[in-house]
Design a protein around this ligand. Structure first.
Ligand code: KG4
Ligand code: ZN
Length: 347
């Protein structure tokens, strides 16, 4: 029953993504040709809190999931009957948010008698970086996934051959951008607003600390950096009150120096992993992959080692369902179909 032979030969996959605060659906043919991509962002809803509120996120997904899926099918010019299967993010993420997309996908697959596959959100971010490639990537590749919820390194040898190497000990890089933006009185999400202000500042003005793993293995940590930005804003006195954003001097220098430290914290372990594993290319995915400073710095440093770096276009860096439908195709084609017991997992 669970066999690729049963797959309808349209190759069309509906992808559904609801792991955090974006409700997304897309139709992709055979893991590569993008027919539609719809993303309904909740950023404006969470802006007042300076971060995602899980309960509000899952309620918003409930309102948007139906219209978003319908729009993705309409924009692709296909009906449910044309699909070869459905791919849905089932891990990792906010459990209440994941359950909305997963339950919807399960119901749709059951009603239409379509095969269903669960997709790992982080692996899909890595796959996103391969989707726009014209030439196949030299492997092994080291993949860095860097977003609001994740900062992790993988070794990739193929779409379904991804081995985790390391992940952050504490906060994700995107979360650090969001928290620093909040301290500096900038808009949420923090990545784009910190990066815009950083353009007016000096990245060498303040020497924020860089993380070094005690075991010397590739690794990440952002909580120390976040705390040193806070203490700097308090004038070097950890116990002083936090000043209002408009009273903070040289905010652009803080933004630029923080951004450089965060980027250094990402580039160094990635290159270290490349050296350890003789990697020939680097893939970068996730929302922070849209950061221009990271893109430039990673590309320049990797070029010194003769390593090619690939970033998705900005629209496929942040959460989307194209990457879910894309990677889901490979699971469908391999016959790795889920049954009604497919569950969501926060990790
Ligand atoms: O991948 P994503 O959309 O959602 C998660 O899976 O978390 O990533 C969102 C994160 C946010 O923390 C946002 O501040 C960050 O990506 N981000 C950026 C930039 N654009 C988005 N961080 C740095 N620079 C950017 N240009
Ligand atoms: Zn993501």
């Amino acid at each position: 029953m669970n066999s690729a032979a049963n797959l309808n030969d349209s190759g069309l996959v509906l992808g559904i993504e609801s792991s955090c605060d974006d409700t997304a659906a897309a139709v992709v043919e055979r893991g590569g040709r993008i027919l539609s991509s719809v993303v309904d962002s909740q950023a404006a809803i969470h802006a007042d809190w300076g971060g995602v509120v899980p309960e509000i996120a899952s309620r918003s997904h409930l309102d948007s999931i139906g219209p978003v899926v319908r729009k993705a099918l309409d924009e692709a010019g296909v009906t449910l009957g044309d699909l070869a299967g459905i791919a849905v993010t089932n891990q990792p993420g906010l459990i209440g948010s994941l359950l909305v997309g997963l339950s919807y996908a399960k119901a749709l697959a059951f009603a239409q008698n379509l095969p269903l596959v669960g997709v790992h959100h982080i692996e899909a971010h890595i796959y996103a970086a391969t989707m726009e490639l014209v030439e196949p990537l030299p492997t092994p590749a080291i993949a860095l996934v860097v977003s609001g919820g994740h900062t992790a390194l993988y070794e990739m040898r193929g779409p379904r051959k991804m081995e985790p190497i390391a992940q952050t000990l504490d906060d994700a890089a995107g979360e650090a951008f969001d928290k620093v933006a909040y301290l500096l009185g900038l808009a949420y999400p923090g990545g784009p607003s910190v990066s815009a202000l950083a353009k007016e500042g000096d990245p060498k003005a303040i020497r924020f600390p860089r993380y070094r793993a005690k075991d010397k293995k590739p690794g990440f940590s952002f909580s120390g950096l976040k705390t040193s930005v806070l203490y700097h804003i308090r004038g070097g006195d950890a116990l002083a009150p936090t000043p209002a954003p408009e009273d903070i001097p040289n905010r652009a220098d803080i933004a630029a120096s923080f951004q450089q430290a965060a980027v250094d914290n990402l580039v160094k372990p990635t290159l270290q992993a490349c050296k350890e594993r003789d990697a020939r290319s680097i893939l970068v995915g996730g929302g922070v992959a849209a950061n221009r400073c990271l893109r430039a710095c990673m590309t320049t440093e990797a070029a010194k080692l003769g390593i090619q770096v690939v970033f998705p276009s900005p629209a496929y860096c942040t959460d989307n369902a194209v990457m879910i439908a894309g990677l889901g195709w490979h699971a469908l084609a391999e016959g790795a179909w889920a049954d009604g017991n497919l569950d969501a997992s926060p990790r």
